[in-house]
Design a protein around this ligand. Structure first.
Ligand code: AHR
Length: 566
């Protein structure tokens, strides 16, 4: 019976998408409720949702570190040991699980030793992005940031300009225990020199960094390598690295530029050419939603029309293909008995042109609107629907950059709509993702024939893939501690149409539900320093006691519903 209903839904959805295909003018017509259905299938588990898919990334770039994260201990701006207090508090509010540093492209020209010791003795250098870096914020300051937030560090190691020995020693500096270490011979116990240096620099306790990116974008800023060259470097860098813990280190290999499947196939073929693959945990995937009209930038963060709105969200939804295609490519090359290497999407977000930068020195900073909130929801839902494949994901970048949760300049500070979506999706962490079927008329991307797929961590594939946007999308999970608590997150991308939806949970009635919705009459709505609370979520609560719940998702909205099952 369920199957025939789904078939019926499909044909009505097709009829409705034919209407939508009539053209973009449709979206400016008066609001008309769109019918849709969500069928949640608790008996079809996907995997536990890794809390690490809500991770973050900061790089020495523009105003991310200096004036974003780091204000200095002598600053009048509230701080803990020089780290902006509002940054710490906001990252705590979203329970950031992991923070990636120091890049990005910056990582492959950075010497971690430059950021050690007395601040006055540290060398100032020109960083990758052309800025003078005083090296005031180094390894210890980063670790203190992680401690203040309560998150784990994720270090990107330099593969392009430092030898393998430095990688080995960086691990040793971070993780070797301080104090006398017994030798395995008759020689007396001695302190490890690098651990002693760390202790002298203020941190006796090891940093215990287990997650290491081995280079960054080695196909581009990380060395312009081909996959076979990178595979050889990866093997050499990671072979026989020291480990001071019972849990293995987790190494992340540099993955493709967006949808470049050729990189993934050749990389794994080459990596497996030698059967010793110590601690290869994940493949880094970078995908920025951009592509038109210029190489890196998808127009303006604030000034966009309806067509550009739909084009961007359609391009964002390509993340699903990127995840499934790379996953399949890794699987194709796997050897029997080997664990499937996980995906680490450690850079994602919408990348716009320069128009809304906080100022000339805030390279790549941009504003963030409701459109970006929807992109965030679409992306996190994709990761959750593929909880078996995506182990880690980090939005780029946390503050004053591409797809930020925060903007800061001097003593001015605001969170963006993206912050609210991260907070709204928190109940999914560690929960069991279950399959949910969404049936809703698709939306035709009005720019499908005009948009230009280009390079730059973007989508280079066929225009076919950017033609249709799901009329409603989302994901569902069941709490690990309460099997009667189900979280459903939903994005309605229709710019001016509410979507009235029948929600059913197979085999259970819905006793009550509560949640939050993020929606604004204008998709350009955003927070700024003068109006830091212009965009914020509103609560939803209701008793339902029904087998099928009817809920209307407002236009251009992100919603979290927590359903209590009877
Ligand atoms: O996030 C900005 C840059 O984008 C990163 O440094 C690089 O890895 C990517 O190309």
């Amino acid at each position: 019976m369920e199957i025939s209903r789904r078939a019926a839904l499909k044909s009505s959805a097709l009829a409705a998408s034919a209407l939508a295909l009539a053209g973009p003018r449709l979206f400016s017509q008066a609001s008309r409720a769109v019918d849709a259905h969500i069928d949640i299938l608790p008996s079809e588990p996907i995997a536990t949702i890794s809390p690490e898919i809500y991770s973050h990334f900061i790089e020495h770039l523009g105003g991310v570190i200096y004036d974003g994260v780091w204000v200095g201990p002598e600053s009048k701006i509230a701080n803990t040991n020089g780290i902006r207090q509002a940054f710490i508090d906001t990252m705590r509010a979203v329970k950031a699980p992991l923070l990636r540093w120091p890049g990005g492209c910056f990582a492959d020209s950075y010497d971690w030793r430059d950021g050690l010791g007395a601040a006055t003795n540290r060398p100032a250098r020109t960083g990758f992005w052309g800025q003078q870096d005083p090296n005031r914020y180094g390894l210890h300051e980063f670790m203190h940031t992680c401690r203040a937030i309560g998150c784990k560090p994720y270090l990107a190691a330099n593969l392009r300009t430092l030898p393998a020995r430095d990688f080995y020693q960086e691990i040793e500096y971070c993780n070797a225990p301080a104090g006398l270490v017994p030798s395995n011979s008759a020689a007396p116990a001695t302190p490890n020199a690098l651990a002693a240096q760390r202790a002298a620099n203020g941190d006796v306790d090891p940093f215990n960094v287990d997650l290491w990116g081995v280079g960054n974008e080695s196909w581009g800023c990380g060395g312009n390598l081909v996959p076979e060259e990178y595979a050889a470097m990866f093997r050499r860098f990671t072979a026989w690295t020291p480990n001071y813990s019972r849990t293995p280190l987790r190494f992340v290999a540099v993955g493709p530029n967006g949808d470049d499947i050729d990189w993934t196939r050749r990389l794994f073929k080459s990596l497996y050419a030698n059967s010793e693959r110590r601690n290869l945990f994940g493949l880094s995937v970078h995908y920025y939603t951009s592509g038109s009209p210029s190489e890196f930038a998808a127009g303006d963060a604030l000034a966009f029309n309806t067509g550009e709105y739909y084009d961007l969200l359609t391009r964002a939804s390509i993340m699903e293909r990127i995840v499934t295609d790379h996953w399949a490519a890794i699987g194709d090359t796997a050897q029997p008995g080997q664990n499937h290497v996980k995906l680490v999407v450690d850079e994602w977000g919408a990348w716009y042109g320069k128009g809304t930068a906080l100022g000339p020195e805030y390279n790549l900073s941009q504003q963030s609107t409701m459109r970006d909130a929807l992109l965030t929801g679409i992306t996190l839902d994709i990761f959750q629907r593929h909880a078996d494949k995506v182990a880690v994901a980090a939005v780029a970048q946390s503050i004053n950059c591409i797809h930020s949760l925060m903007l800061a300049q001097g003593d001015k500070f605001t969170v963006t709509p993206t912050f609210h979506v991260f907070q709204m999706y928190m109940p999914h962490r560690g929960a069991q993702a279950v399959r949910a079927e969404f049936s809703a008329p698709a939306i035709r991307n009005p720019l499908a024939n005009a948009s230009i797929p280009v390079g730059g961590n973007s989508y280079t594939g066929s225009l076919e893939a950017v033609k249709l946007l799901a009329g409603l999308s989302g994901s569902a999970s069941i709490s690990a501690t309460n099997p009667k608590l189900l979280t459903l997150t939903v994005v309605n991308p229709h710019i001016d149409q509410p979507v009235t939806t029948e929600i059913a949970v197979a085999g259970a009635a819905i006793a009550s539900y509560s949640g939050q919705v993020l929606a604004e009459p204008d998709v350009h709505a955003h927070n700024d320093f003068a109006h830091p609370d212009a965009v914020h979520p509103s609560p939803i609560a209701s008793t339902a006691n029904t087998a099928r719940l009817t809920h209307t998702f407002p236009p251009a909205s992100v919603t979290t519903l927590q359903l209590t099952l009877a």
